[in-house]
Write a protein that binds this ligand. Structure first.
Ligand code: GTP
Ligand code: MG
Length: 193
């Protein structure tokens, strides 16, 4: 009887924890090869696969993060940068709470395309940027000697657009945890307002 009571208590506690768990949907966008999949892999598993792994359509990854004592379940949607999968990728923008736009610091073109990805995201489903917490990742920061985009200009752009900004490296892990954490914190603040 006593054991049964304990079991019920544990089940109730587990149920309560599940109900308290907040779900956050994050979409990751950017040109092909900028390192979206690698960034997510580093964030979720702290690993990097060196082999080419072009995403076919969209890929999904879940993760958990604890922010200020709250357990958050992250639903991370990794989209393909390639033109041929664009319509498939567009399907997962819906109901996103946050987005991470990625460029490669060694590719000027991928930085210029950030504007396109932002427009694509906001216009496609008529989402107001006020409802979304957006982060900008200047990835491959370990390739500083091949840099084609100054950190300063990306910082200015991010400030204008009200994006959280970090230079990141899926190779060294630089900036990735901070970027995700700040994007999520910003989303939680926006939701409270
Ligand atoms: N040096 C360096 N290489 C990186 C970094 N991030 C990714 N790469 C490499 O860049 C290549 C492309 O990375 P992906 O993560 O597949 O790029 P993606 O943006 O997901 O590309 P698509 O799926 O085609 O849209 C791979 O060879 C990675 O190993 C980084 O921070 N530094
Ligand atoms: Mg990919």
């Amino acid at each position: 009887m006593c054991c049964e009571d304990n079991k019920t208590n544990i089940k109730e506690q587990q149920l309560q924890l599940k109900q308290e768990q907040k779900n956050i949907k994050i979409v990751v966008l950017g040109d092909s090869g900028v390192g979206k999949t690698s960034l997510i892999q580093r964030f979720c598993f702290d690993t990097l696969s060196e082999k080419e792994q072009t995403t076919l359509g969209v890929a999904y990854q879940s993760a958990q993060i604890v922010i200020k004592g709250s357990v958050l379940k992250l639903h991370i949607w990794d989209t393909a940068g390639s033109e041929r999968y664009r319509s498939l990728a567009q399907l997962c923008y819906r109901d996103a709470n946050a987005a991470i736009l990625v460029y490669n610091i060694t590719s000027r073109q991928s930085f210029e395309q950030v504007y396109y990805w932002e427009k694509e995201l906001l216009e496609r489903y008529n989402v107001s940027s006020l409802d979304l917490s957006i982060g900008l990742a200047g990835n491959k920061s370990d390739l500083n000697q091949e840099r084609a985009v100054f950190k300063n200009e990306a910082q200015i752009y991010a400030k204008q657009q009200d994006f959280v900004f970090y230079e990141t490296s899926s190779k060294t892990g630089e900036g990735i945890q901070m970027l995700f954490t700040e994007v999520i914190e910003r989303y939680l603040r926006q939701k409270q307002q």
